[in-house]
Design a binder for this molecule. Sequence first.
Ligand SMILES: Cc1cc2nc3c(=O)[nH]c(=O)nc-3n(C[C@H](O)[C@H](O)[C@H](O)COP(=O)(O)OP(=O)(O)OC[C@H]3O[C@@H](n4cnc5c(N)ncnc54)[C@H](O)[C@@H]3O)c2cc1C
Length: 384
Amino acid sequence: MDWPDTVGVVGGGVVGLATAYSVAARARAARSTPATSVTVYERDEPGAGSTTRAGCGLRTFYTTRTNVRLAQAGLRFWRRTEQTLGVDVNFRENGYCFLTDDGDTAAELDRQVRRQRAYGGPAFACTPEAVDRVPGLHAGHYRRAVIAPAAGVADPELMVEALLAGCERENVTVRTETPVTDLDRVDDGVRVETPEGTETVDRLVNAAGGWAPRVAAMLGDDLPVEPRRRRIAVLDADAPAGLPLTVDLDSGVYFLPGPDGRLLAGGHFSATPTVDPDAALTRERNPDYERDLLDRARHCTAVFDGTTVAESWTGMYAMTDSRVPVVERADGVVHAAGFSGHGIMQAPGAGQVAADLVAGRRPSLASAAELARDRPTVAPDIQF
Ligand SMILES: Cc1cc2nc3c(=O)[nH]c(=O)nc-3n(C[C@H](O)[C@H](O)[C@H](O)COP(=O)(O)OP(=O)(O)OC[C@H]3O[C@@H](n4cnc5c(N)ncnc54)[C@H](O)[C@@H]3O)c2cc1C
């Protein structure tokens, strides 16, 4: 394997940090000489983009094999950070619960349950009446429930902390408040411009989340990733003990226990346009959205009766058509973007794939062809 001397990573969200950690750790394990020097350029603080605005749930129940593989790697990683990196990310293995009253969706869920078993991810279908971990569930509103037990929720702030601990251990330089303002391909790599000056790295990784198309555009590249705004709310009520991340696939509402034990709820209920990423993140409330959210959540369970929204904010889903990210090497630059609402669970796996691509190696975890932007078209994966 051919590890470059210098690697630059644009973006210090969960994907950029996981990639930087993976590159540095694997280059060291391969005894690359001289040691590969890895620098993360983050225009704000680590995790300040969408990462710390997520719920956040970790599932492996997807329809595409690539998403399953990336998420399985993520689950393995996040379960063990206390042992491996000394930071407990407050992972609670409460599982996921998918609900539907739609006949076609129920049939599709049944098909997916069988596929999950083939992929090695346990899941089972049951009647809504048999779901015992969602208190107050209006079982009569649904015809099918699917439980995915190997899944859970964690704390995104602690996940950033865990990755920063890994980066520190591997001597990754994380430069905060350092926006990359321009990029240029040069003979021996990529020239990176920041307000502090210009430097050249042998290999560049674009892990800029909703800003990734802009970073790609600095190199004249048109990355097929669309940033969309997504909102989530914190309720003034504690989540019931052991509550799985529960999603009503018909109405789009989902809810889960937040890091501090309060109920979180989110979902998008109408078509959302592509947004200017610089204008996408806000902590301003949206009363219309919050009313709609509560109506949909109350249709699902009595847990929301009498609750109100304490706060809500927005982040971004960086979308691809299939909801499978693009992790590919194009003209010497590795892009890791388009995580479509599942970047936190997939970041450790994506980091491994990106590290392979940095080293010029065929990824072992997932198919490079299925992660490339010109892959064959597949139906959009489950996403809410
Ligand atoms: C409401 C909501 C709920 C979600 N729930 C979940 C969930 O349950 N599970 C899950 O897995 N995912 C969830 N997600 C999605 C998840 O948050 C994202 O997929 C993930 O955070 C993407 O990580 P990232 O590192 O690619 O992007 P980001 O976290 O956005 O990081 C990109 C970074 O790049 C930096 N940057 C941009 N441009 C430049 C530049 N020119 N120079 C330097 N730095 C730059 C930004 O400042 C930012 O910090 C949710 C998202 C939202 C909004």
